[in-house]
Design a binder for this molecule. Structure first.
Ligand SMILES: [Zn+2]
Ligand SMILES: [Zn+2]
Length: 338
């Protein structure tokens, strides 16, 4: 089968012919992949950032496809089901899995890094790590559920506790996550201020529903104060990380929350503790999503209220897709199609 493989001695992934997965273990299913998202995390994998990542490995952790074979002890998934998956394998039995916080599974293994991933015609996953996709939802849209749409829902609702009527600042709003964060924040009934480094992306961000767009980082907090009558925002969805963090913190209202989901430079930040104490700011991280978050995202897609911004690229062009992502030339999410 065709697969995009990262090897130990190549600086970029190779599109190669590899054997199809054979034996299915207990609880496993074989999925014929129809679409697979391209994520900033894949770029970090390419750069060797993840200590547990193995080589060679089939890249990719975002996917949607059709179940073509099921292993023993698979109950809720059948051949022919359309599914989309979490970006990792979970154990189903640790203290986090047992309470529906499988994004924190202590035995979690990332697809495309610790396990072979989704940039291949076929992949093996645990049946418990997928959700069924309604017929009306396009595979490319479904493929970005786990790592983009559901992850945003997890960050905003579970971690930041966002409520309708609040104001949300989204940093990195032109990116694959940021643009969808603008859309989902609006669907949750929030006012949205969007920050992007690129004036060429401002129109697209506005079209995604942002009430205000701020281009560039330097003046971000003062522009946010202007737009909010001096109050600042209730929630910041920090999609960028270290480069925007200080401005994000200074954009927050008294009692405001910052939820960090991106860290593009893998850098550290200074946190002014006194400022946070006096203003009762809350700083919280968010990672991945749960099946419950995925089901909520899929129902937004099914209702037609959420229309993802996707650029489809043939899987053979995966190395080029990564270069486009690295240069930040894309708006919305790049999705490999098969
Ligand atoms: Zn991802
Ligand atoms: Zn677990």
């Amino acid at each position: 089968m065709k697969a995009v493989v990262l090897t130990a001695d190549s600086p970029e992934p190779l599109v190669a012919d590899v054997p199809e997965p054979g034996h299915l273990g207990k609880g496993e299913i074989l999925v014929r992949v129809e679409a697979a998202g391209v994520c900033y995390r894949d770029l970090l994998n390419l750069r060797g950032v993840w200590p547990k990542a193995r080589r060679p490995v089939v890249m990719g952790h975002e996917f949607a496809g059709v179940v073509v074979r099921v292993g023993d002890d698979v109950e809720d998934v059948s051949m022919g089901d359309r599914v989309a998956g979490l970006p990792y394998s979970t154990c189903g039995s640790c203290k986090y899995c047992l309470v529906g916080r499988e994004n924190l599974c202590r035995n979690r293994r990332q697809l495309g890094e610790e396990l072979d991933g989704s940039w291949a015609e076929y992949m093996v996953v645990n049946a418990r790590d997928v959700v069924k996709v309604p017929k009306t939802i396009d595979a490319a849209e479904a493929s970005i559920t786990g790592c983009v749409l559901a992850m945003i829902i997890h960050a905003l609702k579970d971690q930041a506790g966002v409520r309708a009527g609040e104001t949300v600042l989204v940093t990195g709003a032109g990116g694959g996550v940021g643009l969808h964060a603008v859309m989902i924040s609006k669907l949750l009934g929030c006012s949205v201020i969007a920050s992007t480094s690129s004036s060429s992306k401002a129109e697209r961000v506005k079209a995604a529903g942002a009430d205000h767009v701020v281009v560039g980082i330097d003046q971000l907090s003062s522009r946010v104060r202007e737009a909010t009558g001096g109050m600042g925002v209730d929630v910041v969805l920090e999609c960028v990380g270290a480069p925007t963090f200080e401005q994000s913190l200074r954009s927050t209202a008294w009692g405001g929350r910052i939820v960090v989901i991106g860290n593009v430079s893998v850098g550290e930040v200074k946190v002014p503790l006194g400022y946070m104490i006096l203003r009762e700011n809350v700083l919280v991280g968010a990672v991945g999503s749960t099946r419950r978050n995925m089901e909520e995202a899929l129902s937004l897609l099914e209702s037609g209220r959420l229309k993802p911004a996707i650029t489809r690229i043939p899987v053979e062009k995966a190395p080029e897709a990564l270069r486009i992502l690295e240069k930040r030339e894309s708006v919305g999410r790049l999705v490999l199609v098969f």
